[in-house]
Design a protein around this ligand. Structure first.
Ligand code: 5RP
Length: 222
C-alpha cells in the first residue's frame, strides 16, 4: 500500500454515520474518497459529501456517495483534503491540483479539517512548492506583471495542451516561485488585498489535524 493510500484509509476512520463530509481533491484525497465509497457500499455508511472540484465530484458520483452542494448545507462536519506543503507550525500551501478556491471555501465552512499527506510534504519552511494564486482573467496580465515587479517569479499554470488552465471557478492560476516564505501571514494578507486575486494557496490556521504517511505507518499530529 502506498503512503497516500495509507493516510486516505486512516482519515476515513474519522468519518461516522450522519456526517456531512468535505471531500478534498488530488491524488491523496482520491484514496479517501475511494475508501468512503467502499464503506458507503459495503458497510452502509450514511454520509453526505460536499465536493471541492469537478474531478472529485465525478469520482464520488461514480462510487455512489450522496452529494450536496456547499450552498445546500448549513455547515460541513469534517473536511479531509491533501496538501502540497505543511510547515512545522501547521500552516500550508494547497492548490497543486488547481482546486484551491473551492477547497478553501469548503474548509472555511467546516467545523474540522484534516490534511492527509505523505511525509515528503512536511517542511521546515513553506515556499519550495510554487504558491498558486487564482486570478480573474480580466486584468490578469497586469497582476502577473505586478508579481514580476515584486520578484515573485510568476509563471502561468497551463493545461495539457499548453493553454492557460481554467479552474472550476473560471479563473486562471499564477504560480509564484518563492523558494522560502518567511512570513506566510503577511504574504497571505498582501495577496488578499490584491485586486483581481480571487484566492491564494496559503491556508493559515485552517486545520485541526494532520495525518502523515510514513513507512512505519500513519502518524497523527495535533
Ligand atoms: C488540489 C490540492 C491538493 O490537495 C494538493 O495539491 C495535494 O495533492 P496530492 O495529494 O495529489 O499530492 O490542493 O488543489
Amino acid at each position: 500500500m502506498n503512503l497516500k493510500e495509507l493516510v486516505g484509509i486512516e482519515a476515513a476512520k474519522y468519518v461516522t454515520d450522519g456526517m456531512t463530509v468535505g471531500l478534498g481533491t488530488g491524488s491523496t484525497a482520491y484514496y479517501l474518497v475511494k475508501e468512503l465509497g467502499r464503506r458507503v457500499n459495503e458497510e452502509g455508511l450514511k454520509i453526505t459529501g460536499v465536493v471541492t472540484s469537478s474531478k472529485t465530484e465525478a469520482q464520488a458520483k461514480e462510487l455512489g456517495i450522496p452529494l450536496k452542494a456547499i450552498d445546500d448545507v448549513e455547515s460541513v462536519d469534517l473536511t479531509i483534503d491533501g496538501a502540497d506543503e505543511i510547515s512545522e507550525d501547521f500552516q500550508g500551501i494547497k492548490g497543486g491540483g488547481a482546486a484551491l478556491l473551492f477547497e478553501k471555501v469548503v474548509a472555511t465552512y467546516s467545523k474540522d479539517c484534516i490534511w492527509i499527506v505523505d511525509e515528503s510534504k512536511m517542511v521546515a519552511n513553506l515556499g519550495k512548492f510554487p504558491l498558486p494564486v487564482e486570478v480573474v482573467p480580466f486584468g490578469s496580465h497586469n497582476i502577473f506583471r505586478l508579481f514580476e515587479e515584486r520578484n515573485y517569479n510568476p509563471t502561468w499554470r497551463t493545461d495539457e495542451s499548453g493553454e492557460l488552465l481554467m479552474t472550476d471557478g473560471g479563473h486562471y492560476i499564477i504560480d509564484l516561485h518563492l523558494e522560502k516564505i518567511t512570513d506566510p501571514r503577511a504574504l497571505a494578507k498582501e495577496l488578499d488585498e490584491c485586486v483581481g486575486v480571487v484566492e491564494h494557496g496559503l491556508f493559515i490556521d485552517m486545520i485541526s489535524r494532520v495525518i502523515v504517511g510514513t513507512p512505519e505507518g500513519p502518524q497523527t499530529l495535533i
